[in-house]
Every structure is written in structure tokens, then in C-alpha cells.
Design a binder for this molecule. Structure first.
Ligand SMILES: CCCCCCCC/C=C\C/C=C/C(=O)SCCNC(=O)CCNC(=O)[C@H](O)C(C)(C)COP(=O)(O)OP(=O)(O)OC[C@H]1O[C@@H](n2cnc3c(N)ncnc32)[C@H](O)[C@@H]1OP(=O)(O)O
Length: 719
């Protein structure tokens, strides 16, 4: 709703009231219409100010209303009415003016922003375009190139940048409403002709066609199949080429196309999923709202390899004091330089002083004695980690949380090395750890709710989206990755090439196909894990058992490449070839193709033509099937957890919502039917056997994703 007050005798103030972000719900829109009517009809009122309660102007359209039967006044005529008002209307922008919120402000005749406010048109990240006149008014106000950049990226700008661009008329450090009221008094009675943005012409750069062509190329390259960025360019082009009214028609038409597309649904689901993962729970009943985190003032990082350095930077940049420990003197010297360089680069980018003084270096593990939380980030080796946990348990002050950055080792086994296993949790960072947004917080059998809550809180303090998951091999992300990789290997055995598989996955929208990704992250990483669990044969096997482990189909292709020291980009050879070790441009490698032919011949495999659909079906449905198993096992509390992990950590295209959402979009019965088909063809691949939760969901009528939790039977845990 909206509140109306009269200030200084002649200024009508309309305050949007819809916590937490004053989104433009039906009630708020109705409130604005009613209060505008009142302000315009009161003869004493000479000007109007629109502001939002609790220091937030407006977070845009109410996303929760999308997909419902939307009622109440429409936003476009509401904004038009403000713009055509005979009395000046001033937007007093505090906190945020985003999406429909900024479009509302663009309908006002003047905009005053607080210096800390953020403004933007982020609709593109929800699969939409600014559909309440934003694509037509913003280019008229700030030029086509500037508007194109803001609308196609959805970037938020600071008040200072908004002033520079011409989005706002004034920035203040004082009370924004008071300043807006003063301003409103000063412009009362003056002509509004130049301040009705829609009536102004759209200024053209001389090379307007080239500007749009470049913008279109840029968005197509970045979009990976996303529709909204392309529609944003088309809508701004309409502002440049059509009269305002026709431009609005085009905006509406494009908006409608996006609104009813599956992509907008997926991106809006993903928006709420990212927030839902913060409301974590465990099978044992620990919950985000009943578990109090303990404050962490000083943290330690053990091991300053690539991951340890990134974690140190992430912690220091968030203002935490860090004791960075590396027992190898040479490595320590290199790490000091590496961490300082990263901190300086990050600070330059953000325009703040580098947090160099936040980090104390030591080559002695005893330096951890006084910290509140330790993150161990040594090499992925269970014996080494066990020894460190024994030491930490003896050295740290009572109550210190002991966290391990492992990508899949058993948290309970590590916790068992300590006197207080309840203080142990996993913190699985993704490389580069100071950049990647994802953190898997892994609770063990004995992790206390407070330990989980503290790790989750540290995660959000350092800007990560943290997802609490249970302890199993590979946790959620790497566990799901395994059947996906496995299918990709099997497809190579059956006749595909890495180029074909990657092309299909990249066309689907993955940032990188599975083989290019494997080359980037290093083939040796998985090889070491497979060796440790006894999957790698000590010598090249031939005959029927070469491709079988524990009675199931196994592809040793990755192992064979590693034996040739083809570890991927780092060695200049992997599934592709690179111009040098460390090179980044993947080129098809004739050696690899010959190797695959010889391998097939050696194992009596006859290559067949594999179509795109089969590649996609087998890779994705094997992955999704494992996702259902994870839900069934209680390793993830809900499908949102899996989806957020997969989008943020594994390059799943956001506009497809995540693997579990995608399964719902495709139709659970179709996923089940395809898995049944492929399992029939490949009975020796257990990962293609549909899991019982999927069957159960289909048997219960394939409920929508937000009802899945009701079907999942929760197992017990001791947490
Ligand atoms: C069919 C054809 C019809 C044609 C007619 C065309 C009409 C066109 C109409 C409208 C076009 C306009 C579209 C839009 O405006 S889309 C929305 C654009 N706005 C955004 O994208 C902002 C989204 N929000 C954020 O980015 C952030 O939430 C934030 C920066 C505002 C605040 O961040 P933070 O402080 O970190 O808090 P949270 O993110 O945790 O959010 C708190 C809480 O608020 C909920 N929320 C946030 N924004 C919205 C919103 N716009 N609508 C509803 N709810 C919102 C958020 O979900 C959190 O709640 P929780 O999920 O319960 O935790």
C-alpha cells in the first residue's frame, strides 16, 4: 500500500509501504493511483514527492506476483499518469530503485538520490526486459549506448554514477525526503515540458546501426541461448527508430514473449532458490532460524596453495583477520607475494585500500592457537588432512571451529581425529576461491548446529552463496558430476568425439562442455581420486574386464590419458591440444581421434553415429537422476540446493533454472521414460537406472517443484 501525508503545507508525500523492498504489488500500485489522485485534486498541493518506507525506494515489480493471476492497476498507465501530471512529481530515492522501481522514478519529473542508493534495471537477470517503459525512457534520458549497457547487463549503478549518466538530477548525503521536499517546493509552478521523458526525442549517435550491431553481437556471445538480453537490444532499438507510442507497443510485445517463456520462469525460480538456500535445515532437525552462529573475529587458513591463497583473500577482503599458515618456506614466500598481489588487484577494482594488514603469515601451525575458526586447505590427501586435524585439535583454543576445504573427502573421518567432532564442518570452496560465488557447507554426523550456522554465516560474510549439504563422497556438486562425466566417456567409446559432446552441451547453454571443463580443471585431479579408491588398474588391462569395475561398466579413457601425462591445459594436451602448457585455446587433436579409434578397435567397440539428442539426454538425465538420489538420501534438503550448486559451481545455464528445475520443465515422466529406455540399452550402467524418488514423484502425479519436499521421506540423522 501507500501512505499519503502533506508536508510544508503544499507538498503531497506518497510513501510506498511493502516490506522488505517496497515491491510494486497490486496493493502498492492501487495505493499510488489513489494517492496521486488525492495529491492532484487538492488545490493546496503544488508538488508531489514519492518515496519508500524504511530507507528503500522500491525493488521493482513484485516477483511473487508473476505467474499468478495479476490483479490491480497496471504499472504502465500508472507511470504515464504520473508523467502527465500538471504538478511536478519528485522521486526521493533511498536504498534502491530497481526495475519497475526505477521505471516509476523515470515517470517522475525529477529524481533526487541519496549518495548510498543503487539504481538499475535488472529485469534481464529475471528473463525479462524493463517492460514499464524503461526501454523507451532510459535511452531518451541518457543516450542509446549508455541505456543499452545498463539494460542488457542489468548492472546496478551507484548514485554518483547515476548523476554522471544523467539518471538523477541531484545526489545528497542528507535526509533524502527533506531534500526532495525542498526541491519539490523550488520547482512548483515551473514548466514540466522538458521533464516528461517520453515526450523527448531519443538522441541518436551518428553510427546508430553499428552501435546496435555491436550490442547484439555482444549479447549473443554472452547470452549462451538466453532470450532476454537479445530482446532488450531489440526493445532499445525500437526506442531509437519508432515514435514513443509505437516503441511502447514493441516493448510490450517483446515483454510478453519473454514473460510467457520458460526462461523467465526458470530465472525467477533461480532468484528465489538463491535466497531459499539460506534457510537451511538438516535431516536431524537443525535449522537456520534456531541455530545461532558464533562470532568469528580471527580465522586461520592452513596451506597456501592455490585454494588456500584464494580463501585467505576472500576472508581478508571481508574484513576478517587471517593467520595464513604454510609450513613450506619457499611456498610461504611465494604465497605472501601471491596473496598481496590478489588483494591489491581486488582493491584497485573496488576502489578501496587493500586489506594487506589483515593477513599475518606464519610457517608454524602453532600460530593458530588463538583463532576462532580454522580452514584447512592442504592437498586433497586424507592421511595428510587427518594428521593436520589431530594437530589442530591439540593446538587450538577450546571451541575453535575446524573446517576443511575438501571437494569430497569424508568429513566424519576427519572429525574422528579431533577431541570435539561437533566443531568440525566441511567448507568446499570452488576455484578461484576469492571469485567463485559458491560454498558447500558440509555437515557431518556430529557437526553441531552452531558449527553449521557459523560456517554458513562466514560464507555470506565473504560474499558467497552458501549451501548446507550432507556428507557423502563428492557431497552434492561432485557427486552429481560423476554420472555426467561417466556418460560423456561412454559416448566417446561408442563413437562420439569430445568436440561433438562439448558442442551439444555448450549449445544447451553450459559455460563449457564437459571435456573443455575437464581440461581446464585438470584430468589428474579425478585420476588421483580414482586411484585412491582403487578404480585405476595398475597396468593396462585388456579383455572383457578392462572396462568393468565391480560388475559395472567403467571407462578407463581418462586414466589412459593421464598415463600419457595429458592432464589438460596445464600440460598443453588433454582431450584437446593447446599451443603450449597453460594455453587456453582448445583445438581438436588428431592424436586423440586416432587414440579413440585404436581404443575402440582394441576393445571390439564399433563406432556408431550418435545424435545430439542422445548426447544431451544421457549426460543430463544421468546427472538429474543422481540429483534425485541425493534428495532421497537427504544429502540436500531440497531441489533448490542442488540447482544453486549446479548453476554457481558447474556452469549450468541460469536461464534453465538448474538441473532439478529443468527436469520439472521437461516433465518428470519424460525423464523417467528416457532413463528407463537408456537403462534398458545399457543395463551395466547403474547410474541410468531411474531412482525410486523419481518413480515416486511420477506416481504422485509429477507435482510442481515446490511440492517435492512433501514427497521426499526424510531419513534420520544424529545432528
Ligand atoms: C503479459 C504482458 C504484460 C505486459 C505488461 C508489462 C508490465 C510490466 C511490469 C513490470 C516490469 C518490471 C519488472 C520488474 O520490476 S522485475 C523486478 C526487478 N527488480 C529486481 O530484480 C530486484 C530483485 N531484488 C534484488 O535484487 C534484491 O532483493 C535487493 C537488491 C532488492 C535486496 O537485496 P538484499 O538486501 O540482499 O535482500 P534479499 O535479496 O535477500 O531480499 C529480501 C527479500 O525481499 C524479496 N524480494 C526482493 N526483491 C523482490 C521483488 N522485486 N519482488 C518480490 N520480492 C522481492 C526477496 O525474495 C527476499 O525475500 P525471501 O525470498 O523471502 O528471502
Amino acid at each position: 500500500m501507500a501512505l499519503y501525508t502533506r508536508v510544508s503545507g503544499s507538498v503531497g508525500v506518497i510513501t510506498l509501504q511493502n516490506p522488505p523492498v517496497n515491491a510494486l504489488s497490486a496493493a502498492v500500485r492501487q495505493g499510488i493511483v489513489d494517492m496521486m489522485d488525492r495529491a492532484l485534486s487538492e488545490p493546496e498541493v503544488k508538488s508531489v514527492v514519492i518515496c519508500g518506507q524504511n530507507g528503500k525506494f522500491c525493488g521493482g515489480a513484485d516477483i511473487k506476483e508473476f505467474g499468478t493471476n495479476m490483479s490491480g492497476p497496471a504499472l504502465i498507465p500508472l507511470i504515464d499518469r504520473i508523467e502527465s501530471a500538471a504538478k511536478p512529481v519528485v522521486a526521493a530515492i533511498e536504498g534502491i530503485a530497481l526495475g519497475g522501481g526505477l521505471e516509476l522514478a523515470l515517470g517522475c519529473h525529477y529524481r533526487i538520490a541519496h549518495s548510498k542508493a543503487k539504481l538499475g534495471l535488472p529485469e534481464v537477470s529475471l528473463g525479462l526486459l524493463p517492460g514499464a517503459g524503461g526501454t523507451q525512457r532510459l535511452p531518451r534520458l541518457i543516450s542509446i549506448p549508455a541505456a543499452l549497457e545498463l539494460i542488457t547487463t542489468g548492472r546496478h549503478v551507484t548514485a554518483a554514477e547515476a548523476l554522471q549518466l544523467g539518471i538523477v538530477d541531484k545526489v545528497t548525503d542528507r535526509n533524502t525526503l527533506d531534500e526532495a521536499v525542498k526541491f519539490a517546493l523550488s520547482v512548483a509552478g515551473k514548466s514540466l515540458d522538458l521533464h516528461r521523458i517520453s515526450t523527448n526525442p531519443c538522441p541518436h549517435p551518428p553510427d546508430v546501426d553499428a552501435v546496435f550491431e555491436t550490442a547484439m553481437q555482444r549479447v549473443r556471445q554472452r547470452a549462451r541461448g538466453a532470450l532476454a538480453p537479445v530482446a532488450c537490444v531489440q526493445a532499445v532499438r525500437a526506442a531509437a527508430t519508432l515514435p514513443y507510442a509505437h516503441g511502447m507497443e514493441r516493448e510490450r510485445e517483446l515483454f510478453k514473449g519473454l514473460f510467457t517463456s520458460g526462461q523467465a520462469r526458470a530465472l525467477q525460480y533461480y532468484f528465489f532458490a538463491q535466497r531459499a538456500v539460506g534457510r537451511w535445515s538438516t535431516p536431524g532437525g537443525a535449522r537456520w532460524d534456531t541455530s545461532k552462529p558464533r562470532p568469528v573475529r580471527r580465522a586461520a587458513v592452513i596451506g597456501l596453495g592455490t585454494m588456500g591463497r584464494g580463501i585467505t583473500v576472500a576472508l581478508a577482503q571481508a574484513g576478517l583477520s587471517v593467520v595464513a599458515v604454510e609450513t613450506n618456506e619457499k611456498q610461504l614466500t611465494e604465497a605472501k607475494q601471491g596473496v598481496s598481489d590478489m588483494l591489491e588487484r581486488g582493491a584497485r577494482r573496488r576502489g578501496v585500500p587493500p586489506a594487506l594488514d589483515k593477513v599475518i603469515y606464519s610457517h608454524k601451525i602453532q600460530a593458530v592457537a588463538d583463532v576462532d575458526l580454522v580452514i584447512e586447505a592442504v592437498f586433497e590427501d586424507m592421511e595428510l588432512k587427518k594428521a593436520i586435524f589431530q594437530q589442530l585439535s591439540a593446538l587450538c583454543k577450546p571451541g575453535t571451529f575446524l573446517c576443511t576445504n575438501t571437494s569430497g573427502l569424508d568429513i566424519d573421518e576427519l572429525a574422528a581425529q579431533t577431541q570435539n567432532p561437533e566443531l568440525v564442518v566441511g567448507m568446499h570452496f570452488f576455484a578461484p576461491a576469492h571469485v567463485m560465488k559458491l560454498l558447500e557447507v558440509v555437515y557431518g554426523q556430529k557437526s553441531s548446529p552452531q558449527a553449521v550456522a557459523t560456517a554458513m554465516q562466514i560464507g555470506s560474510k565473504i560474499g558467497k552463496v552458501s549451501v548446507a549439504v550432507g556428507n557423502c563422497r563428492g557431497f552434492v556438486g561432485n557427486r552429481i558430476l560423476k554420472p555426467y562425466l561417466e556418460q560423456a566417456f561412454f559416448l566417446l567409446e561408442e563413437g562420439a568425439t569430445p568436440e561433438l559432446v562439448d558442442k551439444v552441451l555448450e549449445e544447451f547453454g553450459f559455460a563449457m562442455g564437459v571435456f573443455r571443463m575437464s581440461d581446464l580443471s585438470g584430468l589428474d585431479v579425478g585420476w588421483r581420486v580414482r586411484k585412491a579408491i582403487g578404480l585405476v588398474a595398475p597396468e593396462a588391462l585388456t579383455g572383457p574386464y578392462a572396462r568393468v569395475r565391480e560388475g559395472h561398466r567403467y571407462s578407463p579413457l581418462g586414466d589412459l590419458l593421464c598415463e600419457q601425462v595429458r592432464f589438460g591445459q596445464k600440460t598443453g594436451r588433454g582431450w584437446y591440444q593447446y599451443d603450449k602448457p597453460g594455453g587456453r585455446v582448445a583445438k581438436p587433436d588428431p592424436w586423440l581421434h586416432r587414440f579413440l579409434e585404436e581404443y575402440r578397435a582394441q576393445h571390439g567397440l564399433v563406432a556408431r553415429r550418435i545424435d545430439h539428442q542422445e548426447v544431451l539426454d544421457r549426460c543430463l538425465y544421468a546427472l538429474i537422476n543422481e540429483g534425485f538420489r541425493i534428495l532421497e538420501d537427504g544429502i540436500a534438503a531440497g531441489p533448490e540446493d542442488i540447482d544453486v550448486i549446479y548453476v554457481l559451481g558447474y556452469g549450468w545455464p541460469q536461464h534453465r533454472g538448474g538441473p532439478m528445475f529443468y527436469a520439472g520443465m521437461v516433465g518428470l515422466n519424460k525423464v523417467l521414460e528416457r532413463l528407463e529406455h537408456y537403462h534398458q540399452v545399457h543395463p551395466d550402467v547403474p547410474n541410468l537406472q531411474p531412482c525410486s524418488l523419481l518413480r515416486k514423484l511420477v506416481a504422485s502425479g509429477s507435482p510442481p517443484i515446490n511440492k517435492w519436499r512433501e514427497v521426499i521421506k526424510k531419513p534420520h540423522s544424529q545432528l
